[in-house]
Write a protein that binds this ligand. Structure first.
Ligand code: SF4
Ligand code: SF4
Length: 181
């Protein structure tokens, strides 16, 4: 026996609608209203799933991936060598960069002979997957576990994070190297 395709319900919640006349009780909608109220009252006493953000914030997962940071080494030099592997591995095509050659006298700023003169991440595109971090051969980029989120803004340009927002603060690099020693 073949089943008509129109009779198959994918969700299993399909209901036949009939045009039969309503009874007097049904036409008063009293039962339906009471049923609806009961559902509302039931939800009053349930544990709330919403929180009063920003006054309240949720506990972050220990494996939370936060904002990106471009690391410095223990001498405060930028690790990134502008190889482009992070940009290649990014599924959202969120990373762009421009490489430059390190000049004489800049050895204290950049660890490698080539560095990222411009390094930008479009936070509107980023899905915080962490693939850039995994692809990096220089341990130069990582997604922080800090609770700092990408702030809300009105302009799209404000979501393009350049080196000014991405590079690890020098004080942090110094503090890290002291804690290792
Ligand atoms: S976290 Fe993922 S989406 Fe975001 S920049 Fe890195 S690779 Fe791209
Ligand atoms: S962050 Fe890492 S992968 Fe990306 S350009 Fe710099 S060194 Fe290469």
């Amino acid at each position: 026996m073949s089943t008509s395709i129109q009779n198959i319900s994918l969700s299993g919640r399909k209901k036949e609608v009939s045009n039969k006349e309503m009874t007097f009780m049904e036409s008063l909608y009293l039962v339906a209203i009471v049923k609806g109220l009961m559902i509302t009252i039931k939800h009053f006493f349930r544990k709330k799933v919403t929180i009063h953000y920003p006054e309240q914030t949720r506990e972050m997962s220990p494996v939370y991936r936060g904002r990106h940071m471009l690391k410095r080494d223990e001498q405060g030099r930028e690790n990134c060598t502008a190889c482009g592997l992070c940009a290649l591995s990014c599924p959202a095509e969120a990373i762009t960069m421009k490489a430059a050659e390190r000049k004489k006298g800049e050895e204290h700023l950049y660890r490698e002979e080539k560095y990222a003169e411009i390094y930008e991440i479009n936070m509107l595109r980023c899905i915080f997957c962490g693939l850039c971090e995994e692809a990096c051969p220089k341990d130069a980029i990582y997604l922080t576990v800090s609770k700092e989120l990408v702030p809300a803004n009105y302009d799209r340009e404000d979501f393009i994070f350049g080196k000014d927002k991405l590079v690890m603060p020098l004080e942090m690099a110094i503090a890290n190297s002291k804690s290792v020693n």
